[in-house]
Design a protein around this ligand. Structure first.
Ligand code: C6P
Length: 422
């Protein structure tokens, strides 16, 4: 309440103070941890984010105060749990800018959301001779489901290449998009490069040829305000655990008209209106796509995470992280023998690099000794590694609680890498 009043006053005066990472850090118990005797510096936020106390408390409250199954019981606890679960969907819909709540389906994460669209929309609409267009910077989760669909349907997978800076080559996108294209699947932000893609432009062009666009928002939703209607996308997917929420819960946004016409992805309890041995009538949205007991705790925890992000303000989160990334880019460029992977026109969340002196796994290990958590490897984006001619990269990824001190500790660790290996 206090936060909202303060925000309202600031909005009235037009003053938007920057995020205060020190205050934010106090909300995340794990950030007080030490690793190998050093304070934890957590720079692996693209893999998963840490959780604020508000999320941990919301989950504990569910289990200690109103644990029950949802949409099934007439008893008090079930009604309270159902209200909390439905409220979580309302919050998720508002967070993404959906027109109606039932356009948001709870899934296990971005991966399951993409699989749902590939299996349901894809099998219904993609025929032999059709094309699906993806990009050269997709995570495996936004490649493999389309590959499988193409194999099953006789469609062709086309790939928009990326340039040396890690930007999409839009002239190639224009060339590859055509009247055979049924669906464009594109990441909003690359998890391997940090590139922010021009989704509005891509969506407008995709619609002009009569196709639909799925946006993989796993790496954008935690870092910037997202509005699916402003982006103009037909489907949008993201993962709760990358947005300061629990693992095992994610979102699929789909335009109601599209979701309504799609067949179920999985079947079972809670997704039907009636069942006889002769015939089943499916339930309406969103239950048609949520067979079985859902991840109730996950939805409630995610709603708490969205409340937390909203209270900070996504604009302020984006501004804070932009500043941090600029600072990190110039600090990393000053490390001898270090090469940044790509220099995208617009970057969010992620900076990846290689070093002459050491393999990314060795870099990761030396940093770990210093308490610094980064990711080393192919980041489930092997085509990006191939494009840049490396087997792997080291990747620092940022969240709203990271500070310039974190970057300084990272850079110190990289000098140590040079001291040991160079
Ligand atoms: N990227 C990373 O370290 P899931 O696993 O379903 O929550 O998210 C999959 C996924 C989809 N798209 C993008 C752009 C992603 O970055 C990810 C997950 C993590 O980069 C784990 S591999």
């Amino acid at each position: 309440m206090a936060v909202n009043m303060a925000q309202e006053t600031r909005q009235e005066t037009g003053e938007v103070p920057p995020l205060d990472p020190a205050r934010i850090r106090a909300d995340f118990p794990i950030l007080a941890a030490t690793v190998h005797g050093n304070p934890l510096v957590y720079l692996d936020n693209a893999a998963t984010t840490q959780k604020p106390r508000a999320v941990l408390d919301a989950i504990a409250r569910y289990y200690t105060e109103y644990n029950a199954n949802v949409h099934r019981g007439v008893h008090y606890l079930s009604q309270v749990a159902t209200e909390a679960y439905d409220e979580a969907r309302r919050k998720a819909a508002a967070f993404l800018g959906a027109t109606v709540d039932c356009e948001v389906i709870f899934t296990r994460g971005a991966t399951e959301s993409i699989n749902l669209v590939a299996h349901s929309y894809g099998r219904q609409h993609v025929l032999p001779g059709d094309e699906i267009l993806i990009t050269g910077m997709e995570h495996h989760s936004n490649i493999v489901p389309w590959q499988i669909l193409c194999k099953e349907s006789g469609a062709t997978l086309r790939v928009v290449p990326i340039d040396d800076d890690g930007n999409l080559i839009m002239e190639e996108f224009d060339r590859l998009l055509n009247e055979r294209t049924r669906l464009v699947a594109v990441t909003h932000v690359s998890n391997a490069l940090g590139t922010v893609n021009p989704i509005r432009d891509i969506a407008a062009k995709t619609h002009a040829v009569g196709a639909v666009v799925l946006v993989d928002g796993a790496q954008s939703a935690p870092h910037m305000p997202v509005n699916v209607r402003e982006l103009g996308c037909d489907f949008f997917v993201c993962s709760g655990h990358k947005m300061y929420g629990p693992t095992g819960i994610g979102l699929l946004y789909g335009r109601a008209e599209l979701l309504d016409a799609m067949p179920p992805y999985q079947s079972g309890g809670d997704m039907i209106l009636s069942v006889t041995f002769e015939k089943t009538i499916y339930g309406r949205l969103p239950s048609k796509f949520e067979a079985g007991t859902p991840h109730i705790e996950g939805a409630i925890g995610l709603a708490a995470a969205l409340d937390y992000l909203n209270a900070q303000g996504l604009d302020r989160v984006a501004a804070h992280e932009r500043g941090l990334i600029r600072y990190a880019e110039s600090a990393l460029r000053a490390v001898p023998g270090l090469r940044l992977m790509g220099a995208p026109r617009q970057r969010a969340g992620v900076i990846a690099f290689t070093m002459d002196a050491a393999h990314p796994h060795d870099i990761g290990q030396v940093l770990d000794e210093a308490g610094v958590a980064i990711r080393a490897g192919h980041h489930c984006a092997q085509p990006v590694m191939k494009r840049f001619g490396v087997p792997a990269s080291a990747r620092a990824s940022f969240g709203l609680y990271n500070t310039r001190d974190d970057v300084d500790t990272l850079v110190q660790g990289l000098h140590e890498v040079n001291r040991i290996f160079a």
